[in-house]
Design a protein. Structure first.
Length: 230
């Protein structure tokens, strides 16, 4: 029985706001049959799709793209998603547990946030309610406001005049700080690294877009600082 079928069977408990979240495995990364982690991620995705007041098919398909069910289990994934979508209250407890369990591996937590951003943008617009929800999830994951500012900027683009956010810096950073942040961010988000981790193609494409945003932000700040130094 696949993890998706298991989730469907245990849906009454897994997606009950009053129930205790399923236990997580002890591995650093979620195992393929880690029902607790998978149920939590589906729950967060279902709530992401419904935050703006409605859950559209486009958002469900986006969830299937980034939190990919194994071949032959697409129908089970859809059913699990729709079950979770009916009881989206209380999933902050899942976000908190994921954050506690995997805080030492922020790359995994950021992957989940990237996926949620992808779902939010599936209908062509990201609402303020969705941004607020993503910020709450990020907080439960242990990310600071500055870190969320960076993740948001690399997914949606920086706010006007704020390329520093993409590099996780505040305006006023020195060129050395900017260069160090750029090198670190470029290495962490390189598409080849995502491929080596066995991520699905959608995450590799997200990594490409993030790398382009990181490089563009570095170029903008370097030009700004060079003009200031003249």
């Amino acid at each position: 029985m696949s993890v998706w079928s298991s989730i469907v069977e245990m849906a009454a408990r897994a997606f009950d706001p009053e129930a205790d979240p399923p236990e997580f495995a002890e591995e650093c990364a979620p195992r393929p049959n880690d029902v607790g982690f998978t149920a939590a991620v589906i729950g967060l995705a279902a709530k992401m799709a419904k935050v703006d007041g409605k859950a559209e098919e486009a958002e469900m398909f986006a969830a299937a793209e980034v939190f990919r069910p194994p071949p032959g289990e697409e129908a089970a994934f859809r059913r699990a998603f729709h079950i979770a979508n009916q009881t989206v209250l209380g999933f902050d407890s899942y976000a908190k547990q994921i954050g506690r369990k995997y805080r030492a591996r922020p790359c995994l937590l950021e992957d989940v946030l990237d996926g949620l951003f992808h779902i939010a943008a599936a209908d062509g617009i990201v609402t303020q309610a969705e941004i607020d929800y993503l910020a709450e999830v990020a907080s439960h994951f242990g990310f600071s406001e500055m870190e969320f500012r960076r993740i948001k900027a690399t997914n949606l683009g920086p706010e006007a005049g704020d390329p520093y956010a993409i590099l996780g810096l505040l305006p006023g950073a020195t060129m050395d700080e900017v260069r160090h942040a750029w090198r670190r961010m470029a290495a962490e988000n390189h598409p080849d690294r995502m491929t080596q981790r066995g991520a699905p193609p959608e995450f590799v494409q997200i990594a490409r877009e993030k790398t382009a945003a990181i490089n563009a932000a570095y170029a903008m700040i370097r030009e700004e600082l060079s003009e200031t130094a003249e």
